[in-house]
Write a protein that binds this ligand. Structure first.
Ligand SMILES: Cc1cc2nc3c(=O)[nH]c(=O)nc-3n(C[C@H](O)[C@H](O)[C@H](O)COP(=O)(O)OP(=O)(O)OC[C@H]3O[C@@H](n4cnc5c(N)ncnc54)[C@H](O)[C@@H]3O)c2cc1C
Length: 479
């Protein structure tokens, strides 16, 4: 914890080094106090908004010398509390370091500064005749730097992979101000350790990402949307296998359990496109020849894999079908959601859903649980409605989380599929990551950030936080 006099000395030095980019006190907007979750909202000691790699390097060098925590901030749309500052920390916003620097049509790559929004990158790719296929609801606000630091997933992971899969090059500033220039633009480049991968998904704990070279995809062709009703989870796995082998490019394979489908159709009103009586529903999107999809569907109906289906006849009907899956946007208003973003081996997801339902209802009788998932990506979203609990208290929520994550560990799954660890999941990390691997993570942290100034208290479990005497405790209103 820092004292008022060390704060003053540091702020003098900060204003000297980064003058115009520094905001203090009331001038720091509330949007920098917490991310999308609102968790642990706290005003940092200072907000710095540098406009160049050199300025970021200068800032980090200074903070490192003063052993001052630095919390990198992108668009603050994160869902794990990973960008929440402490009261004694410097929030480093990338919001002024924006712009697409170049599009290389021959290589199908785009070079971009970290503060650029995902939407701006998608627009620039489209303008150049390509597509940047990482996509999700926060596109207009989240920044490329944030998507890299969280290794964001989104709608088209089944076809195009996670953010990590779209990166060829990276520029990173280390805690001591050294700039790692790794702006490779070639697909084939085996020159030693692929260090950039350490910083992708590291949630700002190892370095600050300043620029990136991203791989672009061809524009999307004709796509078709299909909603199927199924008898059970194994049928969904068979359908996934069938569609993968049908000569189509699968863009989405979303499985909705009856609890989710029935609730969503109820919220929409009107007649559901398929009756709500089936145990499971799959909404899929595929690019390619419509006749191939029709043939695959016919075979699936004949095999008894699919019990009923609707193939959208056009864009309007496709959009209608997607509104069922997009009921998640209404969760914060219509439920008191306790959300889980977990990964499990694809074949085990059905059994996990049943096991989780059983164990949760044993301890919390009457708990309302809804399930859907991007099953092709091994990703399950399980939600418990806090309103259905006898008491929706922080302790009850924590106990529910511990119950679900323990079960995830038993199934050898991951407690975070795409949102990261941040503050909200760090105490559960051990359910998915063995002790030796957590130790190796700590080793990496010490190597890149020996004084522990970068985003302290995030990702690694609190009790195990690096044990150097210099490591800062997170400030007064920290986690
Ligand atoms: C409506 C909505 C839908 C969403 N859908 C999805 C989804 O489908 N898939 C998904 O994966 N996520 C999703 N998210 C979560 C969120 O949008 C992503 O995690 C996004 O990548 C965060 O980007 P950001 O710029 O807002 O980062 P922030 O929230 O500002 O920061 C997130 C983390 O990245 C670090 N960071 C930010 N910039 C840098 C940088 N330049 N260098 C180093 N570290 C940095 C921060 O310190 C923090 O640890 C959704 C969020 C919302 C609100």
């Amino acid at each position: 914890m820092s004292s008022a006099s060390t704060d003053d000395a540091f702020l003098d030095a900060l204003l000297g080094a980064c003058g115009d980019s520094v905001l203090l006190g009331e001038a720091i907007p509330e949007s920098c106090h917490s991310d999308w979750t609102g968790h642990g909202a706290c005003r940092p000691l200072a907000l710095v908004r540098p406009a160049s790699t050199a300025e970021i390097a200068r800032l980090l060098r200074l903070c490192n010398e003063h052993r001052r925590p630095v919390v990198p901030q992108g668009g603050m749309t994160g869902l794990a509390g990973a960008a929440v500052p402490g009261a004694d920390s410097v929030a480093l916003s990338l919001a002024r370091f924006t712009g697409v620097e170049a599009v290389d049509r021959a290589a199908a790559t785009l070079t971009v500064r970290a503060g650029t929004t995902l939407q701006a990158v998608q627009d620039a790719a489209e303008e150049a005749g390509f597509r940047y296929p990482v996509d999700f609801g926060a596109r207009g606000t989240c920044q490329i730097g944030g998507t890299l630091a969280t290794n964001a997933g989104g709608h088209a992971v089944i076809r195009h992979g996670m953010t990590r899969d779209r990166v060829l090059g990276l520029e990173v500033v280390l805690a001591d101000g050294r700039v790692l220039e790794m702006m490779n633009g070639m697909i084939k480049n085996n020159t030693g350790y692929d260090l950039k991968q350490c910083f992708i998904g590291a949630e700002g704990t190892l370095g600050v990402i300043t620029r990136a070279v991203l791989r672009l995809a061809p524009p999307q062709g004709e796509t078709h949307t299909l909603l199927c009703a199924l008898r059970d989870y194994p049928a969904a796995v068979s359908l996934l296998h069938r569609l993968r082998g049908a000569g189509l490019a699968l863009e989405a394979f979303e499985v909705m359990w009856q609890d989710f489908y029935a609730m969503s159709c109820d919220w929409r009103g009107g007649r559901p496109p398929l009756p709500s009586s089936h145990p499971l529903y799959v909404l899929c999107e595929a690019e390619g020849d419509a006749s191939r999809l029709e043939a695959a569907l016919e075979a699936a109906l004949e095999a008894g894999e699919v019990e009923d289906a609707v193939l959208a006849s056009g864009t309007a009907q496709a959009r209608e079908l997607w509104t069922i899956r997009e009921a998640t946007a209404e969760f914060p208003v219509k439920l008191a959601p306790i959300n889980f973003d977990i990964s499990l081996p694809i074949a085990d997801i059905g059994a996990f859903v049943e096991a989780a339902g059983t164990v949760l209802r044993q301890h919390w009788p009457g708990a309302r649980i809804v399930n859907f998932g991007h099953i092709g990506d091994s990703n399950l979203h399980l939600t418990v409605d806090g309103r259905s609990l006898a008491e929706d208290t922080p302790a009850a929520r924590h106990a529910i989380e511990a119950t679900v994550y323990r079960l995830v560990g038993k199934y050898r799954g991951s407690i975070s599929a795409e949102h990261g660890i941040g503050l909200l999941k760090r105490d559960f990390l051990h359910h998915s990551v063995p002790p030796d691997v957590i130790d190796a993570m700590r080793l990496l942290k010490r190597t890149f950030d020996p004084h522990g100034i970068l985003n302290p208290g995030k990702l690694l479990p609190a009790k195990e936080e690096i044990d150097t005497p210099d490591a800062h405790q997170h400030g007064a209103c920290g986690p």
